[in-house]
Design a protein around this ligand. Structure first.
Ligand code: NDP
Ligand code: 2IT
Length: 448
C-alpha cells in the first residue's frame, strides 16, 4: 500500500484516539483509494489526504429545553461541516442517545463520498444530538427541536449547509425545525432543510427515496448477475424510514421482506411484509410515542425474538437498515452460511471492515452504504433544486431521476473498479468514484 496512505491513517489514529467509528471509515476509505493516490504524487505535496480527514468545521453547542413536568433538560448538539468542495454541506441530523462527535464525524466523512457519487453538487456534513426521542411527547419533541434550531440556524442556509433527517429525525422534526428557522430568520428560505412536508416545499418521493434507491441499486447488481428479485426472500433490519421504503419496493418488485428489527430484538414474518396494511403499519409504529418493533408481532401474530438480530434467518438477500456495526463476524458468517449472494447496505456503515471483507471473500456481492443508500440524499438534492426554482416536480419525474442516479452510481462504481483492476468490487469502486470528484475539486480550489 502507498506509504502516504499508511502515514495518514496512522496520524489520524493518533489524533482521534476516542473516535473508533471515525477511524473505521477513514481506514476503509483511504485503503481503497490507495491505488489512485499512487497514480497522483501531487496529492501528497498538497496534503490532500490530511485535509480530507479533517472536517472544515465542527460546531458543538448546548441545547436547553423543558420537559412536560417543567424540568429543565440539557443535551449536546453538533454540526460537522466536513467538506464543502463540491457544494454546500449536506447531510442528516441524528437524534439518538449514542450520538457523540466520533459518530457524527464517521457519518460526515462517509457523506462526503456518498454525496459526490450522486452526481449532484452537494458537499458532506452531519449533525445531531444525544437527545433520545423514544418516549417523549409531541410537545417535548417540538420544544427540543426549537431549542436545537435556535442555535443551529446561525450556521446553516440554503447555499451554506442543508440538514435533513436521519435516525430519530423524520418529517415531524424537520417541520418543527423549519418553523423555528423561519421564525428567527424571517425569510422563506425553504431550501435550508430537506425532507420537508409537501405543502411547504418538500419533494414527492423523498420519504421513500432511501429505501427505493437501495432497491434500484440492487436491481442493477442483480441484472449484472443475470438475476432479478422475483420470489426472493429478504432479511431487513430496522423498521424506520429506510426499512419501510425498502420493504415497499421489495414487495413491488415481487420479493418478500421477512424480518424487521429494533434495539430490543427482531420480528419474523414468514408471509412477508407485503400487504398495504403491514407496510403502512411500519409508519404507524415509527410515529408512535413508544415505538418498538414488537408492536408488529403483537398486531400480526408473528414471532418476536427478544435481544436477537435478524441475520440468523436464512434469506437470498440481506439489507441492514438500522445502525452502524450491526453486522460483525458472527452475522457475516450467518449470511454466508445461508448461501446468500447479495448484501446491500441501507444503513450507514452497518458492518465492520472485517465483516465486509469476509462477505466479499466468500462470494457475497456487497453494495456499500455510500452507493446503495445514496438515494435519500440524492432526492434531498432534488428537493433543493425544486426549492431553488420555486417549483415542484411530479412523483414520476422525481422517481425517474432517482432511478437514473442509482444506475449511474452503480455503473460509475463498477467502471472505477474495473479501471483499477479490481474486478466487480463495488465497495472499492464506490470509494474511488466518490473520491476522484472531491479530490479534483479540492486540488482546483487551492490550499484550505
Ligand atoms: P429511523 O429513526 O426511521 O429508524 C431507525 C431504525 O433503526 C429503527 O428501527 C430503530 O429501532 C433502529 N435502531 C436505531 N438505533 C439502533 C440500535 N442502536 N440498535 C438496533 N436498532 C437500532 O431512521 P432511518 O430509517 O432514517 O435510518 C436508518 C439507517 O439508515 C441509519 O443508519 C441512517 O444513518 C441510514 N440512512 C438514513 C437515510 C434517510 O434518509 N433517513 C439515508 C441514508 C441512510 P429502535 O426504535 O427500536 O431503536
Ligand atoms: O445518511 C444519509 O444520507 C441521510 N441521512 C440523508 C441525508 C440528506 O441530506 O438527505
Amino acid at each position: 500500500m502507498s506509504t502516504y496512505v499508511e502515514r495518514v491513517i496512522e496520524e489520524t489514529k493518533k489524533k482521534n484516539p476516542n473516535e473508533p467509528e471515525f477511524l473505521q471509515t477513514v481506514e476503509e476509505v483511504l485503503t481503497s483509494i490507495a491505488p489512485v493516490v499512487e497514480r497522483h504524487p501531487e496529492y501528497e505535496k498538497a496534503a490532500l489526504l490530511e485535509r480530507l480527514v479533517e472536517p472544515e468545521r465542527v460546531i458543538e453547542f448546548r441545547v436547553a429545553w423543558v420537559d412536560d413536568e417543567g424540568n429543565a433538560k440539557v443535551n449536546r448538539g453538533y454540526r460537522v461541516q466536513f467538506n464543502g468542495a463540491i457544494g454546500p454541506y449536506k447531510g442528516g441530523l441524528r437524534f439518538h442517545p449514542s450520538v457523540n462527535l466520533g459518530i457524527l464525524k464517521f457519518l460526515g466523512f462517509e457523506q462526503v463520498f456518498k454525496n459526490s457519487l450522486t452526481t449532484l453538487p452537494i458537499g458532506g456534513g452531519k449533525g445531531g444530538s444525544d437527545f433520545d426521542p423514544h418516549g417523549k411527547s409531541d410537545a417535548e419533541i417540538m420544544r427540543f427541536c426549537q431549542a436545537f434550531m435556535t442555535e443551529l440556524q446561525r450556521h446553516i442556509g440554503p447555499s451554506v449547509d442543508v440538514p435533513a433527517g436521519d435516525i430519530g429525525v423524520g418529517g415531524r422534526e424537520i417541520g418543527y425545525m423549519f418553523g423555528q428557522y423561519r421564525r428567527i430568520r424571517d425569510a422563506y428560505e425553504n431550501g435550508v432543510l430537506t425532507g420537508k412536508g409537501l405543502v411547504y416545499g418538500g419533494s414527492l418521493i423523498r420519504p421513500e427515496a432511501t429505501g427505493f434507491g437501495v432497491l434500484y441499486y440492487a436491481e442493477q447488481v442483480l441484472k449484472h448477475e443475470g438475476d432479478d428479485l422475483k420470489g426472493k426472500t429478504v432479511v431487513l433490519s430496522g423498521y424506520g424510514n429506510v426499512a419501510w421504503g425498502a420493504a415497499r419496493k421489495i414487495a413491488a418488485l415481487g420479493g418478500k421482506a421477512v424480518t424487521i428489527s429494533g434495539h430490543n430484538g427482531y420480528v419474523y414474518d414468514p408471509d412477508g411484509i407485503v400487504t398495504e396494511e403491514k407496510l403502512n403499519y411500519l409508519l404507524e409504529m415509527r410515529a408512535s410515542r413508544n415505538a418498538n418493533v414488537k408492536m408488529y408481532a403483537d398486531k400480526f401474530g408473528c414471532q418476536f425474538f427478544e435481544g436477537k438480530k435478524p441475520y440468523e434467518v436464512k434469506a437470498d438477500v440481506y439489507i441492514p437498515c438500522a445502525t452502524q456495526n450491526e453486522v460483525g463476524m458472527a452475522e457475516a458468517e450467518m449470511i454466508v452460511g445461508a448461501g446468500a449472494k447479495y448484501y446491500f447496505e441501507g444503513a450507514n456503515m452497518p458492518a465492520t471492515n472485517e465483516a465486509v471483507k469476509y462477505l466479499q471473500d466468500n462470494g457475497v456481492i456487497v453494495g456499500p452504504a455510500k452507493a446503495a443508500n445514496a438515494g435519500g440524499v440524492a432526492v434531498s438534492a432534488l428537493e433543493m433544486a425544486q426549492n431553488a426554482q420555486h417549483y415542484a416536480w411530479t412523483a414520476e419525474e422525481v422517481d425517474e431521476k432517482l432511478h437514473g442516479i442509482m444506475k449511474s452510481i452503480h455503473d460509475n462504481s463498477a467502471k472505477c473498479a474495473e479501471e483499477y483492476g479490481l474486478g466487480y468490487d463495488l465497495v472499492k469502486g464506490a470509494n474511488i468514484a466518490g473520491f476522484l470528484k472531491v479530490a479534483d475539486a479540492m486540488m482546483a480550489q487551492g490550499l484550505f
